[in-house]
Design a protein around this ligand. Structure first.
Ligand SMILES: Nc1ncnc2c1ncn2[C@@H]1O[C@H](COP(=O)(O)OP(=O)(O)OP(=O)(O)O)[C@@H](O)[C@H]1O
Length: 274
């Protein structure tokens, strides 16, 4: 079957296919249906945003796509291959194809690691997959350059010596080094001030152009989602209540929840960078 991507171009097969995926936490009367029967596809080189308020299930969905969490039911496929039950070596290979950038990246890392040491772990993964040390080094410099950072400026720095925007760009560079097919950015700009946010959003947008990359952008901010995306997926209480090309969703929202989200952003075009 031929699908039509968000930017209107026909494509034979989606890159990512999420089909009837649910994830429940707890049991019986205490069960939380964090994600319930969600289906969507993401085409090659598309930038798609998942948008919704706090608790709507966005991060759970991101973690499911990243295969950091197992679904209660449903399937996830990459390029036609079912990846729902991958483990071991196959899962590690999947993580090369699907990389993540999180909201507060450095909280997950040892504060006593320099940027160089942080990135050396990715270099090692590249070496393990057969890249020479020189090529891995070049890949690192190229990735840093792409996000507007110079190796000599940041490699010897400690996390606390970097601005929020620099940290986030280091994390994007780290993901880029692996040359993933999909970058999942989960609230990757939430902790940044307005000018840095615009900078990181623009970097994310450039990835498609420069690396043929597909981006899944997770945010509570529909303004930012509009700024970067071809298509929007709207989550409410674990369910995907609306999806479509960005302009359609913005100018002709169908679901009451989407209308409410949009009403909270009265001047969308001015609000993105405020
Ligand atoms: N490990 C867990 N155990 C129990 N409940 C969980 C767990 N993870 C998430 N939840 C619940 O699932 C629901 C969706 O959470 P999730 O973090 O996916 O939402 P979100 O839209 O990403 O919110 P936020 O933007 O605040 O992170 C919430 O009710 C949350 O409390």
């Amino acid at each position: 079957m031929t699908a039509v991507s968000g930017n209107g171009s026909p494509q034979a097969k989606p890159l990512l296919e999420v089909s009837k995926v649910s994830r429940h936490f707890g049991h019986g009367a205490n069960v939380v249906k964090a994600v319930e029967d969600v289906s969507f596809t993401v085409g090659h080189k598309e930038v798609v945003s998942i948008v919704g308020e706090s608790g709507s299930g966005k991060s759970t969905l991101a973690r499911l796509v990243l295969r950091l969490l197992d679904p209660t039911s449903g399937t996830i496929s990459l390029d036609g291959r079912d990846v729902t039950a991958l483990g071991g070596k196959d899962l590690r290979e999947y993580w090369r194809d699907v990389q993540a950038v999180f909201q507060d990246p450095f909280s997950a890392f040892n504060q006593f690691f320099t940027v160089k040491r942080l990135l050396q772990r990715s270099q090692k993964l590249l070496s393990d997959s057969g890249l020479s040390a020189d090529a891995a080094n070049a890949r690192m410099a190229e990735a840093l350059g792409h996000v507007g950072l110079h190796s000599s400026d940041v490699l010897e720095k400690w996390p606390h010596q970097l601005s929020g925007g620099q940290r986030q760009r280091v994390m994007i560079a780290r993901a880029l080094m692996m040359q993933p097919r999909i970058l999942v950015a989960d609230e990757a700009t939430s902790m940044l001030d307005a000018s840095l946010r615009a900078n990181v959003l623009n970097v994310l947008g450039d990835l498609r152009r420069d690396f043929d990359m597909t981006v899944l952008f997770i945010t509570h901010d529909i303004g930012q989602a509009c700024y970067v995306s071809d298509r929007l997926l709207v989550m409410c209480e674990g369910e995907l209540v609306e999806q479509g090309p960005t302009d359609d969703v913005i100018f002709n929202p169908q679901h009451e929840y989407t209308k409410k989200l949009l009403a909270d952003v009265p001047k969308l075009h001015e609000n993105i960078l405020d």
